[in-house]
Design a protein. Structure first.
Length: 470
């Protein structure tokens, strides 16, 4: 027999019963709504091989070092990948030269300089980091320049105190023509270190450049020389900037084009400038999916949401049928656009790469400036390399191959079969010879090789065509 409720208390049984009734009715209503709604078409599904193959195609790595450097080839390459990154580290060669060499092989560095700073095929701005971008994209990047002042409010305090610095710097450039930072001879602030220890004119130059009032005219020993924007690109003052909404969509399209297909985190990590709020990026992506400008796709075995441009769905189908998307060998700069978002590289190729330049020497695993080794569609290892210019010598300190490659196993992610050791080592030797020629080295010294039994065949590959390499 049930215990009678205490005086004044309320039984919970009827309330639970009513709640169950409401839940049941809600469940039935949702089921009826789903049944009435039109069935959603299944997402186009592609393999990881297809995504990786199209990525390599867009990165112009189908035939590494296989094309000639021309204005057309350079512009097409930089347009496809989104930017040619610049970096001051010069251990082997500057990053933009190395990245171009990986696609075009040996060329006079002056040839790239002429195309960029004389013929103005490209101009300098930010895309992933400091990059050269196609001149044809000026209307888009003009919007980023205009918006910089409003996006980067951290400048407000400095600008209030240094308005006269901006006026002075700009007027000096207007009167004297192209000028470098060193020509503004103020002292640095006392104490401190790093970027915020720049002298006031350096801050002024950077702000004027990022907001489009001046541009990089040229470089001398890698030091930027600035001039008024209209004197660098004649069309600068007359070009119509994109609207902010159009730029956000354009930026999404360029990112997707460069990668072929991408997750939302890929889109955040590839073209990282300008930085926008996550909610704004998601809103743009959602609107483009709803309008049909972007297609949602599925990648077999991956639970993430993937996206591609509708025009690239056919390209993904073709890429998925390829027996091998790339043939040949090269070395990549750490700042190569293929490596811009290293987490993506890890997911697609199973290659876990870290730039160790800023890592204390005792904690480095693969060396100060380890170049990823790319061979026949795969990243098979890395080489720690240094150019000794005075001695005209390329010092290959350490070559380390990936464990799966050494073991003769299939790659851990995108997979087009086992990589032949003899062909790969011959390719690495040829790539190192080409790199030596590119940086002006007459000799190549080969240091450690991991595993050790790969050293003899690699040394033989180095000497295959020249007695000066050992």
């Amino acid at each position: 027999m049930a215990t009678p409720a205490a005086p004044g208390s309320r039984s919970r049984k009827p309330a639970r019963s009513a709640a169950r009734t409401r839940t049941t009715e809600s469940t039935r209503a949702n089921a009826r709504a789903r049944a009435a709604a039109p069935a959603r078409d299944p997402l186009p599904t592609f393999t990881r091989n297809a995504v990786a193959a199209l990525f390599l195609e867009r990165q112009h790595l189908g035939r590494p070092r296989g094309r000639r450097l021309t204005a057309t080839h350079l512009e097409r390459f930089v347009t496809d990948v989104g930017g040619l990154q610049l970096d001051s580290i010069n251990v082997v060669e500057r990053a933009h030269y190395l990245t171009a060499w990986s696609r075009f092989g040996v060329f006079p560095r002056a040839a790239l300089d002429r195309l960029a700073w004389k013929r103005r095929v490209l101009f300098e701005y930010w895309a992933h980091a400091a990059c050269m971008v196609p001149r044809a994209q000026l209307p888009a990047w003009r919007r980023a320049m205009i918006d910089y002042e409003f996006r980067h409010t951290g400048w407000s305090g400095w600008l209030k105190k240094n308005a006269r610095v901006l006026e002075t710097v700009e007027s000096e450039i207007r009167a004297r023509g192209p000028m470098a930072n060193a020509e503004f001879r103020e002292k640095r602030p006392a104490g401190g270190a790093g970027w915020w220890n720049w002298k006031p004119a350096t801050h002024g130059l950077h702000y004027l450049w990022m907001t489009g009032r001046i541009m990089v005219h040229s470089r001398s020993h890698f030091h930027k020389r600035f001039d008024l924007s209209a004197r660098v690109l004649a069309e600068f003052d007359t070009v119509e900037p994109m609207t902010s909404e159009a730029f956000a969509r354009w930026h999404m399209v360029r990112s997707l084009h460069a990668m072929g297909a991408a997750t939302e985190t890929d889109l955040n990590g590839y073209l990282t400038f300008p930085r926008t709020k996550a909610t704004v990026r998601r809103s743009t992506l959602r609107a483009m999916v709803e309008s049909g400008e972007v297609a949602e796709i599925a990648v077999a075995g991956d639970r993430n949401r993937w996206f591609a441009l509708p025009n690239d769905l056919a390209a993904l189908h073709v890429a998925g049928r390829r027996r091998a998307p790339s043939r040949g060998t090269t070395l990549l700069a750490p700042f190569d656009s293929l490596m811009w978002y290293r987490e993506r590289v890890k997911r697609l190729f199973g290659f876990d790469y870290r730039i160790e330049v800023y890592t204390p020497s005792h904690r480095r695993v693969h060396g100060y400036y380890a170049l990823p080794i790319f061979h026949d569609s795969q990243l098979i290892g890395r080489a720690d390399v240094k150019t000794h210019r005075a001695e005209k010598r390329l010092d290959v300190k350490w070559v380390h191959f990936e464990p799966w490659f050494v073991a003769g196993e299939t790659p851990p992610a995108a997979n087009w079969g086992v990589i032949d050791h003899d062909r790969a080592l011959a390719g690495v030797g040829a790539a190192l010879r080409s790199l030596a020629e590119f940086v002006g080295a007459d000799t190549v010294d080969l240091g450690r090789v991991g595993p050790a039994h790969f050293k003899r065949p690699l040394a033989a590959a180095l000497t295959a065509h020249s007695p000066d390499y050992s």
